[in-house]
Design a protein. Structure first.
Length: 168
């Protein structure tokens, strides 16, 4: 038989779990919005590596005609085993194709993702340049921002860039 503590709560673990669940429920729409924001950041972190890799692979192919794992490792500042692990994930996800000891190639889905990433990057860089940042800082900051900015905010960045390009 379960006992109640002095404050009227039960010692039953299921009751404690239920109390904890109630305590964790969002108290307001603002709390729900904040929780959704945290979830969006976690989702962006999960896709960030894939996006960086396909964007780099596209760039290497355009510049030198191929994307070799050794070049990817050098440009990403990581070791080749890290690249091999991430390329295996990209291949499993259908974003790249490769053969042993050969270059890496984007699939149609990988190319489409790379194109979207490149456009997002370009918009963020142009927006930051419009704020007066130098190109180097804008490029570095865009690398993080592009993965975490919502489509709605990105559209606002793009409108601001286009508005600043209009002769006034």
């Amino acid at each position: 038989m379960e006992q109640e503590s002095r404050d009227g709560s039960s010692d039953d673990p299921q009751d404690r779990d239920a109390q904890r669940d109630v305590a964790c429920e969002p108290e307001s729409p603002a709390a729900q919005t904040r929780a959704e924001g945290f979830q969006a950041v976690r989702d962006a972190h999960r896709s960030e590596i894939a996006e960086d890799y396909v964007e780099l692979i596209q760039e290497l192919i355009e510049r030198s005609g191929e994307a070799r794992p050794v070049d990817i490792a050098e440009r990403m500042g990581v070791r080749q085993p890290t690249v091999a692990k991430n390329l295996a994930r990209l291949q499993r996800d259908g974003l790249i194709r490769r053969e042993r000891y050969r270059s890496v190639f984007l699939t149609g889905a990988g190319q489409a993702l790379a194109d979207v990433c490149r456009e997002r990057h370009k918009i963020v860089v142009e927006f930051l340049l419009g704020l007066g940042l130098d190109r180097e800082t804008a490029e570095q900051d865009a690398e993080g921002i592009e993965h975490h900015v919502s489509d709605r905010t990105l559209a606002a960045f793009e409108r601001a860039v286009k508005a600043s390009e209009r002769p006034g």
